[in-house]
Design a protein. Structure first.
Length: 118
């Protein structure tokens, strides 16, 4: 029977509880959380972590900032950033526009968060 203990700091609120997540062959437990959100965070972080991706792209002599509209699996973040680095934008865009739908099959869209032209 293998047992793994992972120490985390919860990021779901400003308290920042110190979590201890214990995984063994049959179950995963979370300790140290002061609320249900901390428990959910600890469980998800060790079983299927996700991240929001943010980046900057060149656009018409300036830049735009972009982000995913929902988290994607953590193991796909680098692949997503490489994909985004190859995008060339030619159409006029504004804040809130979706520039990529269902990026890499993740069900997450890439959304413009700001446009900064020189």
């Amino acid at each position: 029977m293998s047992k793994e203990i992972i120490e985390l700091t919860c990021i779901m609120c400003p308290v920042g509880c110190s979590l201890t997540v214990t995984k063994d062959d049959n179950q995963t437990t979370v300790a140290g959380n002061s609320c249900p959100r901390g428990y959910e965070y600890g469980l998800k972080e060790v079983t299927s972590p996700e991240r929001i991706v943010t980046s900057v792209l060149k656009y018409r002599g300036g830049t735009i900032t972009i982000k995913t509209d929902r988290p994607i699996p953590k193991n796909m973040v680098d692949k997503c950033l490489k994909f985004l680095s190859k995008i060339t934008l030619t159409n006029k865009i504004k804040t809130g526009d979706v520039i990529v739908k269902n990026v890499l099959g993740t069900s997450s869209n890439i959304v413009v968060t700001s446009v900064n032209l020189d």
